[in-house]
Design a protein around this ligand. Sequence first.
Ligand code: ADP
Length: 485
Amino acid sequence: MEHLGEKNYSSVLPALITIGAYVGIEVYVYVVARSIANLSTLAILIPFVLVIYFSFRDGIRGGFVAGIITIFFYLYIIFSLHYAGSQKTSGLITTGFLGALYILLACIIGGLKQRIDTLMGAERQARQLAEEGRLRLETILQQLPVGVLIADAKERKFTANKYMEKIVGKKIDEFIRYEPHYVSRIAFASQKPIMLEKWPIIRALDYGETVPDEEIEYIRHDKKRLYLRVNAAPIKGTDGEIIAAVSTIYDYSQIKELEMRKDDFVNIASHELKTPITSIMLYVDALISKAKDPKTKKIAMNIKVQTGRLQKLVSDLLDVSRLQTGKMSFTKEKFSLDKLVAEATSQLQDTTQQPLILSQTFHAVVMADKFRIYQVLTNILTNAIKYSQGKGNITISLYSEKDSVICSVQDFGIGIEKGKEKKIFERLYRGNSDKENTFPGFGMGLFISQEIIKRHLGRIWVHSEVDRGSTFYFSLPLAKREKKI
Ligand code: ADP
């Protein structure tokens, strides 16, 4: 049995043992038994055993060697006993018949044995490969600098890598157990405790959901608040059924703490800068109105322009910080967006020679924060002026779509590179950083505009082509008409 599955076939051992067996028979018959009476039984029984055994042990080759040696042994007996006539003929026929039988046995049993070896070898190799793959995966998992949590669908058991246990500071079964309605009071999403069903890994396991980058706050047993970014995905078997789920957990607490400290700094610094800048503005206005000398007036005007930029920067910084900390509040009222658009257009027309054309409009009443929507409009319009460098008209349109109003601002300026249309709405993203001096800015305007529009349940987007221009759109829900009684 120890030879099953192994392919190290030998022909030496079958040859030696078979020859040895026949020498043994000879010795037994002539020296011990002193009679040839038992020879025929032994001469048939032993070759059968030998051929079968060696076919099984060494495949076709082993059985074949035993068979051939047996045929020679028979011939040796026929010739050494000086058979003649019909006795010799029947001896030779029997030898031929038995020889053919042994070779056939060797082919059948040896062939079967070789086939079994091939199958068992392949299976062993597959098992070995699978085990190696498992070990490799296990090592990678254990070495990863992110937490990995795996849930098994059948046993509802959780396993985790070392890093995961380091993040949560506990053995995994103390951190998460499968119990329906298990609420983790130590982990939060949007400051609410999370029920087990809402854990990303359970959503992946039970509902096949793929959870991308969810932020979870986790309070560790040492009271430290951790900020985790969690992904999860189901693992499906070949029949498409969910067999497990995997979740990766990235601890970004250090980055978050730095970000919070930076936000605090920006918040405090902008608050502190706001008052002196307002005073400078007032003094400059006084200087401009009092200055007699045109040179002094020009200098004062320049100071006013630069202070205006500074004021915009500080107020944008404050807005970003308010948005980050959720402290931007909105005072909503009903107003006509068409009037606000006309007002913003005419006010900005005073600052540029470029024609700003209000091409299409309608009476659009919205329920929104007028000051903040005005901020969005001026941001999009000043960008259109800035990034078109006096080229072509700037067209503003208002039209309705279902229950919303859409405002579009089209320019024929430098346009936006393909693939950057979403990025320009990110905080501090500047699309033309190589042309920074040509187009001054801080990359905060569109981020603030997007957040304002989102919080009014609207949408903001852009269609653009490099060197052909851009059209910015934003939508707002129209205010519901009051029913007449
Ligand atoms: P800023 O204009 O201060 O850089 P914004 O947040 O207002 O910041 O805009 C972000 C980026 O979007 C800009 O740097 C610019 O590359 C791109 N952008 C905005 N409006 C336009 C426009 N009308 N045409 C071309 N690019 C634009």
